[in-house]
Design a protein around this ligand. Structure first.
Ligand code: CDP
Ligand code: CDP
Length: 278
């Protein structure tokens, strides 16, 4: 496999907001023929609540398939960090929409060191790296409040669609299979019990030296779940054609194997269908 780097750049139609994706593009060649693989490159949408394992799963699946991995939640988090820094009122919808319009967010693949430390996408907010800074409980709560604003979502969704256009992408979030890519060839709705999801998040805080009671993390996860599921715009719901995967008792690797198997089946089906049409 040869790694090429391609830049997909999108300029927001509504204003200055732009998201730049520096994406590793992998050429897949068959061992026997040496020809570039003719397999279709899917759009894979992974949605689910906080701590269900979306990022770990999406990143691993993208790695195995040679696809681009995109963390849509990182965009809501980056914007929330800016709003917190600027002490913007989180209930002033028009001001937050303006803030989104004037913000530049970039997602890039991690360095080898960051990858070893568990980072998924590198995140840049107006050119400043905020990969770690957006991973706090305060930013998570603010992101889920910003995410209830229709105008903010419209701006970020347009960028996500532009970044994922062309397929060969695994994007994860809350509304990827329902709003961002409703025609994605494979949709996964990832679930796990709230207790297990809170424990996963709590362990991450512990590892970073942030001492939080498990009960507090569980409460915050439940609050964010409620806000994400009950908001009127693009609530967290399972798309009717999404495969429900409950990974309460599964690790990342097992879950990734299952999803890669489903992806290979879809690739085969689409390849056969394309062959019949010729
Ligand atoms: O992106 P999301 O909030 O859905 O979850 P994540 O960041 O992928 O996973 C949260 C934590 O749970 C990470 O530390 C994962 O390693 C861990 N995890 C796990 O232990 N078992 C799984 N099946 C999935 C995730
Ligand atoms: O990693 P975790 O599941 O904790 O959250 P995240 O994916 O980083 O997303 C942070 C917040 O952004 C979520 O609680 C959602 O409110 C919001 N979000 C959204 O509304 N739509 C998306 N496609 C992604 C995130």
């Amino acid at each position: 496999m040869r790694f090429l780097y391609a830049i997909r750049e999108g300029a927001c139609t509504k204003g200055a907001c732009a998201v730049l994706f520096l994406a590793p593009r992998i050429e897949r060649r068959t061992a026997r023929s040496g020809c570039a693989s003719k397999m279709p490159r899917l759009t894979i949408a992974i949605d689910g609540p906080a701590g269900s394992g979306k990022s770990s799963l999406a990143k691993r699946v993208a790695q195995i398939l040679g696809y681009l991995y995109l963390d849509s939640g990182a965009m809501y988090r980056a914007l929330a960090l800016k709003a917190l820094r600027e002490k913007a009122a989180l209930d002033n919808f028009l001001a937050l929409e303006d803030l989104a319009r004037g913000t530049h967010i970039e997602l890039k693949p991690p360095t080898a060191e960051q990858e070893a430390a568990g980072s998924k996408n590198r995140v840049f907010l107006d050119s400043e790296e905020v990969t770690q800074a957006i991973r706090t409980a305060e930013v998570a709560q603010a992101a889920s409040r910003l995410a209830t604003i229709a105008g903010v979502r419209e701006i970020l969704v347009a960028e996500q669609q532009r970044a994922g256009a062309g397929g060969g992408v695994v994007m994860e979030g809350r509304d990827i299979g329902t709003v961002v890519f409703p025609h994605a060839e494979l949709k996964i709705f990832l679930e796990a019990s709230p207790e297990v999801r809170a424990e996963r998040r709590w362990k991450e805080h512990q590892e970073k030296g942030e001492l939080m009671a498990l009960a507090q993390v569980l409460e915050e996860v439940r609050e964010r779940d409620r806000r994400d599921r009950e908001r009127s715009v693009s609530p967290l719901v399972r798309a009717s054609d999404a495969v429900l995967v409950d990974n309460t008792a599964m690790d990342v690797e097992e879950t990734a194997r299952l999803v890669v198997m489903l992806a290979r089946e879809r690739e085969e089906e689409l390849s056969k269908a394309a062959g019949r049409e010729l």
